[in-house]
Design a binder for this molecule. Sequence first.
Ligand SMILES: *Cc1c(COP(=O)(O)O)cnc(C)c1O
Length: 405
Amino acid sequence: MSLETTPTVPDDHILAVYNRAPLAFERGLGARLYTEEGDVYLDCLAGIATTGLGHANPKIVQALKDQAEKLWHVSNIFRIPGQEALAARLCEETFADVVFFTNSGTESVECALKTARKFHWANGQPERIDIIGFDGAFHGRSYAAVYAAGNPSYVEGFGPALPGYVSLPFGDMDALKAAIEKPTTAAVIIEPVQGEGGARAVPETCLTQLREWCDAHGVLIIYDEIQCGLGRSGKLFAYEWAENAAPDIMCVAKALGNGFPVGACLATAKAAKGMTVGSHGSTYGGNPLAMAVGLAAFDELSRPETLAHVREIAGYFTQQLHGLKERYPDVIVDVRGKGLLIGVKLIPNNRTFMALARDEHLLIAGGGDNCVRLLPSLLITAEEAREAIEKLDRTCEAVRRAAAA
Ligand SMILES: *Cc1c(COP(=O)(O)O)cnc(C)c1O
């Protein structure tokens, strides 16, 4: 875009909290995004793991349209049959007995944190308030969620620290054991595969060990599966890869609405014992529109065929990316993650790499630890995956050319 045609900054009136790419899209279909000018991009980030079933998925669009003509909103002072149906489905397929619906991932984290503290309070142990989190974690942007993750740049300047939040180095099992043994510990919050942290999977044996320690000391486990859950790992939830590692509480969102804002906090009946009438609530959470979309999306995401497809495509990506790593050791230093939550750790700056990929009309996400993340639609075809690899190959070439220039 030439300077003459952009007399003013177009997002002058938008709060300047985002580092945006200079691109806008008009429509999408499956794994493709189209600009107004008709340029086509291969979308391998899916709204950061949100449009898990692709853009404009016909089944989800139909569910939204059908519901839009019947009823949008009534308030949680009434029964909402769609909530009852989706909660039943979520409980059928997981460890959970009860569900609270929210409008975002952050809100499901808020509900999880409150549920954990209230559990101990209801048990006559109000001193148990500490929430143990990890380096590189991301749990959202509310005041509590930024402290649960502990990223210093996300808490800086926002006033006094919330009490009762402890951050541990990722992978430090000794520190974790010591924290769980403390009599003031309420819960551990962990992403089975870190998303923003750069697609770092927690080893399955560590989750099993965590469960054992928490059981021994009456500490609750909260899984944040907002990014890694709902099929992305190749199982419906990432914790299922580990033996005997079910949580007490779990947060989901992102793919649950395929882009429609909806989240959920799942819990066992035991863990939810403190959450009695009046202890929590939401105006929009679980409204009929969100539930219609959520039910349709969950049906698709939980199909065994969808999960098998994710595992197959993920296997292809992993194998091909390792090939690129061999051929471009000056560009790629590590390939990691789980399923279609793939992290590629780079030598060149990840923002530079993302811009060069964009020149190839490939969209990928950034991540911690100088990673880029591939988070495509779970329904991405083998042909599209091959195209993504070709574009990444050309991106690596472009990095080399830029370095030589
Ligand atoms: C995106 C995300 C959140 C926050 O969800 P919002 O819908 O942005 O509030 C929390 N945890 C994880 C792991 C996420 O990826």
